[in-house]
Design a protein around this ligand. Structure first.
Ligand code: SAM
Length: 247
């Protein structure tokens, strides 16, 4: 059946492509890729010669209609992104939702995803977690998002850039107190590392050496542990504001 296939690609180690992913990429008529030049390197390595078409954040809405038409005409399409699972902090959402609305079959392949890979070896609870993708870039919006998650009992999983890691960890230390963090770096690559510390110590440790915040990063935060005595963090913030107003 002509379909849209969602095909995860490696997040560093090329051996992580699945056999099924290779079969599907070999068989489809069109490979829609976030960055065609980037994906050409992977496809060359796999010796796959498919027709590549760019599908990124800026043209996804228009391209989706054209791709749906191709599937309806009997062609199959694979969607890939630069790394990992498409749609996970990557393009593809509009395409998939429009396919579903049009009754076009969407077939997902399981495969690499940095968030799940990091979480699985973090040592933090995995029974409940919240994937939060990238935090907003602006400080105020970032702090608002972090504040909204302060009482969440689930492990929080963020994607973070090396440029912003220090500031984010500092904000977490300020807003959450001494919460335990795990930084997973360069997963599946030569310099893969995991490091866990309470927020303030993590900030100090990361500050000491730039190499400790290089590369690709997943930041995980232990969930909030409710203290029977303590007020919820929203109440504490309100209290703090009220106290500041007192003469
Ligand atoms: N779709 C991808 C996935 O399934 O994981 C994520 C794409 S997102 C644009 C890229 C971010 O994912 C990076 O900035 C980093 O936070 C995280 N990431 C991707 N590869 C990674 C790796 N090998 N090690 C650690 N984090 C990684």
């Amino acid at each position: 059946v002509p379909s849209l296939y969602i095909v995860p690609t490696p997040i560093g180690n090329l051996a992580d492509i699945t056999r099924r992913a290779v079969e599907i990429l070999e068989g489809v008529d069109i490979i829609a890729a976030e960055d065609t030049r980037h994906s050409a390197i992977l496809l060359n390595h796999l010796q796959i010669r498919g027709q590549l078409l760019a599908l990124h954040d800026h043209n996804e809405q228009q391209r989706a209609a054209a791709l749906i038409q191709r599937v309806q005409q009997g062609q199959s399409v694979a969607l890939i992104s630069d790394a990992g699972t498409p749609l996970i902090s990557d393009p593809g959402y509009h395409l998939v939702s429009q396919c579903r609305a049009a009754g076009v079959p969407v077939v997902p392949l399981p495969g690499p995803c940095a968030a799940i890979t990091a979480l699985s070896a973090s040592g933090l609870p995995t029974d409940r977690f919240a994937f939060e993708g990238f935090l907003p870039a602006k400080e105020k919006a970032r702090d608002d998002r972090l504040a909204a998650l302060a009482d969440d009992p689930r492990t929080l999983v963020f994607y973070e850039s090396p440029r912003r890691l220090l500031d984010t960890v500092q904000a977490i230390a300020r807003l959450y107190g001494d919460r335990y963090l795990v930084v997973a770096r360069e997963l599946t690559k030569t310099f893969e590392s995991f490091h866990g510390l309470p927020a303030a110590e993590m900030h100090a440790w990361l500050s000491q050496d730039e190499n400790r915040r290089r590369g690709e990063i997943v930041l995980m935060v232990a969930g909030h542990k409710p203290d029977a005595e303590a007020l919820p963090s929203a109440a504490l913030r309100t209290l703090k504001l009220l106290l500041a107003e007192l003469p």
